[in-house]
Design a protein around this ligand. Structure first.
Ligand code: DSN
Length: 429
């Protein structure tokens, strides 16, 4: 008898997956960290590679039967080296590629960042990173994270007047606190990072410089955002945001740090790598090597600029006045609504973002003043300037009618009609 497919074996889960498929198709997905992975990436993720254990690294494993897996991991690494050497800063293409080591085994971005701590720090050492309320990540030393509990965290912020990172202040804090690790990375910051300025501060105080490019790795790969490769000692990233791969993590480092990073990932933090994910990362890297990905990444930024400008025209307070990357942060205080009710109303209108603290937010993190939105997913559907202009108007209408269910329903229908014209990669509709 033929093996049952998912719908036959588990109709409840099959239906929920179908429902999510419809939701992702019919809505404008603006969560800045989300995207649509391609069908090829999905196929690799759902493959038999999920069955295999392979603790260790290619040619040095603790289990037999690695004839295929070693090739998969080596291919993923080779493609990532080629891709991220293209726009490497400083060393130039060949220099950077020769000195580049890649680990594709971290289960996601947070484990990748923990590997950096394990590789270079002892408990109690000082770490500096952008504070969460200013747009940093939990794992850059926030107090509720293990990185803020086991290490002495000295967060830096953004300037009150323009909400941009003040490199002079980073330097002042670094000279005072002498961090062993300095993070250059963000999750809710709409401007370009100056990796060279971070490098010079790290050198001045003898810190390891780690760049967390989880949000921008697709833009960096395409040369649309400056690259920290060739500048930072270590670079971490997720693989599913602007990079548009499967959910996973990756670490780039100079060859001198290869052994410390590899040992920190396995056996320091993890067991067997997720080989199905590694294969899908290789597929995503191949997609990103295609010239069409550069066009995509540039359009992500172009779309974000159009959307931000449209929202400014409609009276929205866009922090820093706009964006250089894929995301923007709206401070809704002047619109007389908090971030959470606004995000909920937008969701009912088929526009999905997330409520988010804004710099110097007087409200609590679970009920903040802001909304974070971004353009990676809608750009993957082929949407452009015209659609971004419509989106700004819909966002304004929905936020202005947050308790008017009829109006929110009307917007949701208009959103759905537009989405029907833009097929989303990877979905089954
Ligand atoms: N959850 C990710 C984001 O949305 O930015 C960060 O880990």
């Amino acid at each position: 008898m033929a093996e049952r497919n998912l719908h036959q074996a588990d109709p409840e889960i099959a239906k929920l997956i179908d429902d999510e498929n419809v939701r992702e198709h019919d809505s404008m997905r603006l969560i800045a960290s989300e995207n649509y992975a391609s069908r090829a990436v999905m196929e690799a993720t759902g493959s038999c590679l999920t069955n295999k254990y392979s603790e260790g690294y290619a040619r040095k494993r603790y289990y037999e039967g690695q004839q295929v897996i070693d090739q998969v991991e080596e291919l993923a690494i080779a493609r990532l080296k080629e891709l991220f050497s293209r726009h490497a800063s400083g060393g130039g293409l060949t220099g950077a590629e020769d000195d580049l080591h890649v680990n594709v085994q971290p289960y996601s971005g947070s484990p990748a960042n923990l590997a950096v701590y394990l590789a270079f720090l002892q408990p109690g050492d000082v770490v500096m990173g952008l504070g969460l309320p200013a747009g940093g990540h939990l794992t850059h030393g926030h107090s509720v994270s293990i990185t803020g509990k086991y290490f002495k965290s000295v967060p830096f912020g953004v300037r009150r007047e323009d909400h941009r990172i003040d490199m002079e202040d980073v330097r002042r804090l670094a000279l005072e606190h002498r961090p062993k690790l300095l993070w250059a990375g963000t999750t809710a910051y709409p401007r370009t990072l100056d990796f060279a300025a971070f490098r010079s501060i790290a050198d001045e105080v003898g810190a390891i410089l780690a760049a967390d490019i989880a949000h921008i790795s697709g833009l960096v790969a395409a040369g649309v955002h400056p690259s920290p490769i060739g500048i930072a000692d270590v670079v971490t990233s997720t693989t599913h945001k602007t990079f548009r791969g499967p959910r996973g993590g990756m670490i780039f480092c100079k060859k001198t740090h290869a052994s410390a990073i590899d040992k920190a990932v396995f056996p320091g933090l993890q067991g067997g790598p997720h080989n199905h994910t590694t294969a899908a990362i290789a597929v995503a890297a191949r997609e990103a090597l295609d010239p069409s990905f550069t066009v995509y990444a540039q359009r992500v930024v172009d779309n974000a600029k159009v959307l931000a400008a449209g929202l400014v025209d409609l009276g929205f307070d866009v922090t820093t006045g706009g964006t250089d990357n894929h995301l923007m942060l709206l401070d809704l205080t002047r619109k007389n609504i908090a971030g959470k009710p606004a995000a909920r109303a937008l969701d009912r209108a088929g526009i999905v973002g997330n409520y988010n603290a804004v710099p110097f937010d007087p409200r609590k993190p679970f009920d903040p003043s802001g909304l974070r939105i971004g353009t990676p997913a809608v750009t993957s559907r082929g949407m452009g300037k015209v659609e971004m202009e419509k989106l700004a108007v819909w966002i304004d209408r929905a936020i202005g009618s947050a308790t008017d269910e009829a109006e929110l329903g009307q917007i949701a229908q208009e959103v759905k009609d537009l989405c029907a014209k833009f097929p989303a990669p990877g979905l089954r509709i």
